[in-house]
Ligand binder design. Structure first.
Ligand code: PMP
Length: 426
């Protein structure tokens, strides 16, 4: 830092022109593909999103120009790779309004981020008889790590039910808390129903009962403005690949004091301060939780994905999804055979629509739509308890992102009607 008294003259950083959501399609090379002779209509962004040229270019450029291991090298290339890697961490911190960059831990995905908390926080803090609360709409990623933790510690996993409209039964919350409730693990947005849970209100309730709140942000952070301070959670987990970034990168955000008090998740290089033949001490945050060579290129690519989303603006991303969801719900309601799951109000849901056709199994529907170039998902969506609650073994699911438009939905509706005629004839 400069010690002179001269005040530097700040030149305003030029604000890059805003990217219009309507023109984003051009930025995604894969959308030019033909599938079975039809243009690809990609409606499976809840599973993973497509990548803009800007992200792909950053990956290629990194390997062309900067590839070196981070944190250890004393040469220019290693310093540049480290700067870019740590620069991406700063972008993530800013994107979710984290107070400190050190609170951002890179993992492989949401699943690993949740497992990290279950292992490092849970094993240390939970005793036999302690309780973890989850909801009936959780992805297996936010259930199984808690079951495993319960098995190790003797803790108990209890759940909050959902109502028929696909929202949480908040009337059951207070009675589910006991003086043994230590953690609530809840999704921000359901990957099946699209339901947006009122996390800030829930966080208040959780903290009033002296418990911590982990938010599965896999379907929330990519789709709307999210500030960890406003959410009020203690941990938030999400994945780069669901927000235009590469696969193999996840984020765990945690409050500093909690992360500080936790033991490491994995042991090895980079996460240590000192090692002797009998013991080791740990590195500072966040590196304490990043053992071994991290996924350098993909983290840097994730930084480019955040730049891209910010060039649209998350408020605009959300507005676009509400508009598409409203349009899709209206069109889908006109197909008599469809049962649509989740809240009716597009303001209460993200761009994920699960449905069942009265005459066609979701797998058959998905296979038929694929022949028309339309990619939707069918199955239990890693949410088997929720499937049971819905009385289904599987649903079909269409999900939207910045590159989708009304024409995609029109093509979906045409294909659904065509499927009805095709299977109806048999
Ligand atoms: N939670 C939710 C709500 C999800 O939708 C997903 C991905 N389908 C996950 C967790 C797991 O994400 P990942 O596979 O990237 O770990």
């Amino acid at each position: 830092m400069s010690t002179t008294t001269t005040v530097p003259i700040r030149t305003a950083t030029p604000t890059p022109p805003k990217r219009e959501v309507a023109s984003t399609r051009e930025d995604f090379p894969i959308l030019k593909r033909m599938i079975h002779g039809s243009p690809l209509v990609y409606l499976d962004s809840a599973a993973t999103t497509q990548k803009p040229e800007a992200v792909i270019n950053v990956l290629v450029d990194y390997y062309h120009q900067t590839n070196a291991n981070v944190h250890r090298g004393l040469y220019a290339l290693a310093a540049q790779a480290t700067d870019k890697y740590e620069g991406a961490r700063a972008k993530v911190a800013k994107f979710i309004g984290a107070g400190e960059t050190e609170e951002i831990v890179f993992t492989r995905n949401t699943t690993e981020s949740i497992n990290l908390v279950a292992q490092s926080w849970g094993t240390k803090n939970l005793k036999s008889g302690d309780e973890i609360l989850v909801s009936e709409m959780e992805h297996h990623s936010n259930l199984v790590p808690w079951f495993m933790l319960a098995k190790r510690t003797g803790a108990v996993v209890r759940h909050i039910p959902i109502l028929d409209d696909g929202t949480l039964d908040l009337s059951k919350w207070n009675e589910r808390f006991t003086n043994r409730t230590r953690l609530v693990a809840l999704t921000h947005v359901s990957n099946v129903l699209g339901t947006i849970n009122p996390v800030p209100e829930i966080a208040e309730m959780v903290h009033k009962h002296g418990a911590l709140l982990l938010v599965d942000g896999a379907q929330g952070v990519p789709h709307m403005p999210v500030s960890v301070a406003t959410l009020g959670a203690d941990f938030v987990a999400f994945s780069a690949h669901k927000m235009l970034g590469p696969t193999g990168v996840g984020v765990l955000w945690g409050r500093r004091e909690l992360l500080e008090a936790m033991d490491p998740f994995l042991g090895g290089g980079d996460m240590i301060r000192t090692v002797s033949m009998t013991a080791a001490t740990w590195n500072d945050l966040p590196w304490k939780f990043e053992a071994g060579t991290p996924n350098i290129a993909d983290v840097i690519g994730f930084g480019a994905a955040i730049d891209y989303l910010e060039s649209i603006g998350m408020t605009e991303v959300r507005r676009h999804e509400i508009e598409l969801t409203e349009y899709a719900l209206e069109k889908m309601h006109s197909v008599d055979e469809l049962e649509i799951h989740g809240p009716a109000d597009p303001q209460l849901r993200a761009g994920v629509i699960s449905f069942n056709h009265s005459d066609i199994h979701p797998h058959d529907l998905s296979t038929y739509l694929d022949r028309k170039g339309v990619a939707i998902r069918a199955g239990h969506h890693c949410a088997q308890p929720l499937m049971e609650r819905l009385g289904q073994t599987a649903t079909a699911r269409a999900s939207f992102y910045v590159y989708n438009n009304r024409e995609d939905i029109d093509t979906l509706i045409d294909a659904l009607q065509s499927a009805g005629r095709f299977f109806g004839r048999r």
